[in-house]
Design a protein around this ligand. Structure first.
Ligand code: HPA
Length: 281
């Protein structure tokens, strides 16, 4: 109880530190997932702040996730990019996973684009696809909003009907068309990880009408939506879970996820820049 009620103070301390280093008020927050951090290198006039230097910030332990906030301009918008994020499976609490999102909101950020690598459960997907997240299923059976409500951020009982607002899905779709990139749309299932999906689980996810499965995104989107931020989710489909009846599935590794994420990177960067350009903030 006491630890939970410290969050408002902790996010204020982190935001105060960031403000002492950089006076930009970012309009759009960007959470960059596995292998997708390169977008932060495109930010101009960047102030780079390592998570290590920020009071109360959790620091990632996973390969492919360096940890720094990059604040500056991208496609005419003021952005704060998170190069690297922490995950529930690393042993952090859901509140720690959500913390950077709370900090961005405290800085004044109103829009959030959350990105991730994900496994496709929709049979029509192929590795290398990009998917606009239209909704999620919280299959983590935990929630960053458990504990005392941070009334300054949002209500006790926020509606997740407000997550992934349709106008942002439309902006992403139009942005994709404007740069000639084909995108999928679908529902993201957030799991705890760190296990990649078992074959029978993939079947369950299909029954649940999930199109992609991953180990992130949901906590941050819940936190952002609670705090009144407009959220957009983009998943890079790095692998597809095959039908168990079709024979043994390839053994998925983190290296393979990073390899495919790396191949998707140029397309991902192009799409994200078009979205940021076209987003009204
Ligand atoms: N399952 C869970 N998370 C993932 C996967 C997957 O197949 N691929 C990339 N992230």
């Amino acid at each position: 109880m006491s630890a939970n009620s410290e969050w408002p103070k902790k996010r204020q301390e982190a935001a105060a530190y960031i403000r002492s280093k950089c006076d930009v008020v970012p309009q759009i927050g960007l959470i960059l997932g596995s292998g997708l951090g390169a977008l932060a290198d495109e930010v101009s006039g960047a102030t780079v702040i390592p998570y290590n230097d920020i009071p109360n910030m959790p620091v990632s332990t996973v390969e492919g996730h360096s940890g720094e906030f990059v604040i500056g301009e991208l496609e005419g918008k003021k952005v704060v990019a998170m190069k690297g994020r922490v995950h529930f499976y690393e042993g952090y609490t859901m509140q720690e996973v959500a913390f950077p999102t709370w900090v961005m909101r405290t800085l004044g950020t109103t829009h959030l684009i959350v990105t991730c690598a994900a496994g496709g459960t929709n049979r029509s997907f192929t590795p290398g696809d990009l998917m606009i997240i239209v909704d999620h299923i919280n299959w983590m059976f935990n929630n960053p909003l458990i504990g005392p409500n941070d009334d300054e951020l949002g209500p006790r009982f926020p509606s997740m009907g407000l997550a992934y607002p349709w106008e942002l899905v439309e902006v992403a779709q139009k942005a994709a068309e404007s740069v000639g990139i084909k995108v999928q749309r679908g529902v993201y299932i957030g799991t705890t990880g760190p296990c990649f999906t078992a074959r029978a689980e993939s079947q369950i996810y299909r029954l649940l009408r999930g199109d992609a499965v991953g180990m992130s995104t949901v906590p941050e989107v819940i936190a952002a939506t609670h705090a009144g931020m407009k959220t957009l989710g983009i998943a890079a489909i790095t692998d597809v879970a095959t039908d168990p009846k079709a024979g043994p599935r390839g053994i998925l590794t983190h290296e393979e996820v990073l390899r495919v994420a790396n191949l998707i990177k140029p397309k991902f960067i192009k799409l994200m820049k078009a979205i940021i350009r076209m987003m009204e903030v």
